[in-house]
Design a protein around this ligand. Structure first.
Ligand SMILES: C[S@@+](CC[C@H](N)C(=O)[O-])C[C@H]1O[C@@H](n2cnc3c(N)ncnc32)[C@H](O)[C@@H]1O
Length: 387
């Protein structure tokens, strides 16, 4: 595997001393007042490992909030420009786009549930999951859907610590092999969990299982939107919007533009701008904050609660390598029935907007593919995977 040239990180301005929650408080959920990582005002803090002295860079495995300067941007742009010399052929592109679920089936047949690590940071980055699964949440039933649930690395950490007897978490994935793994897992508690095979981007508006429209309180999408081709985004967001209750919340995390996984893509993997086929035939897109705003806010009319970029510098101390990782994280709300939402062109009520969506056929274009897995080799990335 080609290792990209290490980049120098720029030093962020002086950073505030923020206390990290103790492991105990993260497990028990008892959060002290001084703890700024969990709270409604600042949901995304992404850790507090600030690099203030460049010479300290190899003293840790990872640094948070690492700013990019012109040098880093230029390097990423040059590497990406080279990818256009060897794009995927039209014939292969059509092949990858025709049946993406087959490549995911092969992926889960090969890796079973052992590839992704459990997303144990979920309740810190998305405190809403923490609130609804606490025993004091109340008597109201709460329904969460995890779209693209894979082998359950997002769904199961929530389920395992759940103390709310009224909570149900439903997983849906296009890969039937992944859904089988979920159902066979010992963490799958049928009283609080369901799992279905479902294509998030289906254009018929089909919903998972026997789910009703407007029935979900929360939809979670962790590294799934990037598996869709840009021409599938619109259908996918319409399906999510159809499923969420008015006032319901969408929690999102995915790859950011110029992430190391994009910059180091090999020859012959480019499907279209910022969209690649991985070595295993799965596809990956790298987003910007502006693209998320355009799709979820301007085109569909969700409300933006927060969109943020998580920029980290991972360090392989043994090989003295620096690796810049970039992820996007967002929280959107489907507007309540009576809310008015601003779209690109006009101000529409939710009902008018939903009618408009139903009439607005999505464009048909072609699909695409993915990126090579990354073995950064750092101690905190024991599986060698890219996120
Ligand atoms: C990178 S994995 C993420 C899995 C899981 N969310 C996690 O955090 O571990 C992406 C998942 O999205 C699923 N996926 C890809 N395209 C999909 C689609 N159109 N509809 C539903 N799931 C899809 C894949 O099968 C795969 O399980």
């Amino acid at each position: 595997m080609t290792v990209p040239e290490p980049l120098e990180s720029s030093v962020p301005p002086s950073s505030p001393e923020i206390k990290k929650p103790s492991l105990e408080s993260r497990i028990t959920g008892e959060i002290s007042e001084s703890d700024t990582r969990i709270g409604k005002d600042s949901p995304f803090v992404f850790g507090q490992r600030y690099l203030t002295q460049e010479e300290d860079v190899f003293s840790r495995n990872a640094w948070d909030h690492v700013e990019w300067g012109e040098k880093e941007i230029k390097h990423a742009e040059e590497m990406i420009a080279k990818q256009y010399n060897d794009p995927v052929s039209q014939e292969d592109k059509e092949r990858y786009n025709a049946t993406p679920e087959k490549f995911w089936n092969v992926f889960y047949t090969n890796h079973k549930e052992n590839f992704f690590k459990d997303r144990n940071w979920l309740q810190i980055e998305f405190p809403l999951l923490y609130e609804v699964s606490s025993k004091d949440y109340g008597d109201k039933p709460v329904k969460i859907l995890e779209v693209g649930c894979g082998a359950g690395n997002t769904m199961f950490p929530v389920l395992r610590q759940n103390q709310n007897s009224n909570l149900k978490i439903i997983g849906a994935d296009y890969s039937s092999v992944a859904v089988d793994l979920i159902k066979k897992s010992e963490s799958f508690d049928p009283e609080h969990a369901e799992a279905y095979v479902w294509d998030l981007a289906n254009e018929n508006g089909d919903l998972p299982g026997n789910m009703e429209p407007n029935s979900l309180d929360i939809v979670v999408m962790i590294f799934v939107f990037s598996a869709l081709a840009p021409n599938q985004w619109n259908a996918a967001i319409k399906n999510i919007s159809k499923l969420l209750k008015p006032g319901g919340t969408l929690l999102f995390r995915d790859y950011g533009r110029y992430d190391l996984a994009q910059v180091r893509v090999k020859k012959g993997r480019l499907l279209e701008d910022n969209f690649y086929i991985r070595g295993d035939g799965t596809r990956v897109y790298f987003f910007t904050e502006e693209e998320l705003r355009e799709m979820f806010i301007n085109q569909i009319g969700f409300e933006e609660k927060r969109i943020a970029t998580d920029r980290r510098l991972l360090v392989n101390r043994k090989k003295q390598l620096k690796m810049h990782r970039i992820w996007l994280q967002a929280v959107f709300n489907r507007p309540s029935e009576n809310d008015t939402v601003e779209t690109n062109n006009s101000s529409l009520s939710t009902q008018e907007l939903m009618k408009k969506l139903a009439l607005d056929d999505s464009d048909d274009e072609e699909d695409d593919g993915c990126t090579p897995p990354i073995t950064c080799g750092c101690e905190s990335c024991a599986t060698g995977h890219s996120h």
